[in-house]
Design a protein around this ligand. Sequence first.
Ligand SMILES: C[S@@+](CC[C@H](N)C(=O)[O-])C[C@H]1O[C@@H](n2cnc3c(N)ncnc32)[C@H](O)[C@@H]1O
Length: 370
Amino acid sequence: MNPMPSRSSDCIEFEPARLRGLEARFEAQKIAFGPVVFQCVRTAWKSGLLAQIELADQAGATIAELSTSCSLSAYAISVVLETALSAGTVKRTTGRYTLTRVGDNILHDTLTQINIDYIHDVCYAGLFFLEASLREEKPLGLKALGDWPTIYEGLSALPEPARTSWFNFDHHYSDSAFASTLLPVFANKPRRLMDIGANTGKWSVQCLRHDPDLRITLLDLPIQLARAEATLQHAGVLERAALYPIDVLDFSAPFPHSMDAVWMSQFLTCFSIDAIGHIFRRSAACLEDGGSVWVLDTFWDRQKYDIASYCLINTSPYFTAMASGNSKMYESTAIIACAESNGLRLVEIVDDLGICHSLLRFVRSDSRRI
Ligand SMILES: C[S@@+](CC[C@H](N)C(=O)[O-])C[C@H]1O[C@@H](n2cnc3c(N)ncnc32)[C@H](O)[C@@H]1O
């Protein structure tokens, strides 16, 4: 196990080094026109333009050639491709467009495509209300998708394509880490495990298959648990699972007791730091002595690569405008401090699981065993 490396530093910056005046001004324009670039490059991808340009290979393709096999007019193609050109997605040599490495990522990189779909289908329209959402700490942009107090009540009923893009985004990140969490979580052979925010039940199924003696209690909002039940049934493991519908924001609602392990994956990001304190306190209360609370999450201060921190930091506004109004992608230091003020003690951290996850293990602060 990793002896808790600290990756945070006092000076954090993302600015490209040594930008001169005009370069810095150009970078600022990229922010000003960011939404325009996003929409054009996405259209270039979705309309098949980028794929057609790739087919033309080194020779490249003219707008006239592209317009013969594209649903967009020559005018529309010129608008989209000139913006794509300005964004370094395509290159133009004597009127012929070829793909750049950035364009190649738009066309082939799964992470990039999942992020584009999530931003466009789930977040884009609602982000218009970000400033008001920040002021009121309410997800005022969510009305672009439906009429729920938070996105979690509406997850299973989201309109398409938002629903598919939300689940692709969520699962792409969490699935990548799930397999490598079994070894640490089962090292102490837990008999009773609780999966809070179990969602579709994917992780619970993996655990029940991993250990035939394990019993799991799944906690989530009622609408989500209906979906989890179907997953468990389909996997043939439902008889060792208990479903416990709960709104964890009802702070008076107790958690089931006598647990050897409490599991929360990509869950705490749904809540304010105050609510997380209540969740930790109830988790600590339901643990057997020597039991563990496991938190699998994406902390932007524990990333090896800036690209990961960049994606995580820029997911926080979704939580404000669309999801809850008062949660975010936290730094690990905030979550650890919150757990330690609410009856838990950190005993280990495992970093670099899946794409960008860390696994934190806590025991009760009065526990004699770790
Ligand atoms: C981002 S998903 C994470 C799902 C899963 N653990 C994973 O790693 O993919 C958050 C889950 O928390 C649940 N959730 C959100 N707010 C909740 C609440 N107030 N009470 C109970 N569950 C809630 C959602 O329904 C959803 O299943």
